[in-house]
Ligand binder design. Sequence first.
Ligand code: SF4
Ligand code: SF4
Length: 302
Amino acid sequence: MRKIAFGYSTRCNIRCAHCVAAGDMVDDAKMELARAKEVIREMAAAGVRGMSFTAGEPFIYFDDLLELVGLCREVKMYTRIVTNSSWAKTPEKTEQWLGMLKESGLSQLRMSYSRWHQQHVPQQNVLNAADGCRKEGIDYFISFVTDFTREDDPYEQFLRDNKLKFFPEPVIYAGRAETFGRKKIFTDYQENRCAMNPYLAPDLNMYACCDAGSHFTTTNFFLLGNLENHSIDQLLTKSENVPLYNCIRSMGISNIASFAGVKAREIVTYRKCELCKVLFDSPGMLKFLQDAAGSALPNWVR
Ligand code: SF4
Ligand code: SF4
């Protein structure tokens, strides 16, 4: 199933210190509403069946968002909105807004939560948003962004105490978080395959990857092209056929790193997006892997 992370606007009403979306792109870029609607119709015709509204804070343009979610329902797309919950100030307002979104066809709300978000947004807002989802019958989950240090324990405890549905997500050391300095983790040896959902930015550039990969500006390895020059189907087809992308999906990033000569003891210190940066945002390494992707790489075993 084709799925897209849709960046209607990169504008956000808060400034999280770890924000991966900040950095290379204009902070308040926004698509024209009419163009966004055309794009959604074209996406539906190209077989896209899942849409995640993301980038900056989608609720800033709430009226537009209602229209876009409504259009997605019309063209039979599953919809998710990723939000910082800053709008969920009172239970009444939260229920009112979620009720309108439910009526437009929203399938799922994903609330971003972390010790960095919560410097700007009270934890109570996240609780309001979750309660509102329960009342309105909208599926929800909380994406708990963490660097897995003890500092995050009280934040996790809040989620547990309130019986909220959450999953921990590692902070990505890109965008503003690049200045944090990467902390090594030591995990068991995982393949680290990645499904790679494409991301459409407000300037209509489409990327093969919706997370840190759109920030690999040394090589622009994940940049597929711009919708002003290509159709959606062309760009999605490209994303599905680049041999090295397919290696990321099928073999996983750890195996690619191992093929490239990175030692196992080094591989287990990286989270997958960071390992991707090592492999694909350095021109020499990328050329080596691209050359191998059609032959030796997919057949390689450790
Ligand atoms: S992490 Fe999300 S909520 Fe925080 S500044 Fe970035 S886009 Fe805004
Ligand atoms: S692992 Fe790589 S391909 Fe997957 S989201 Fe991270 S940067 Fe993108």
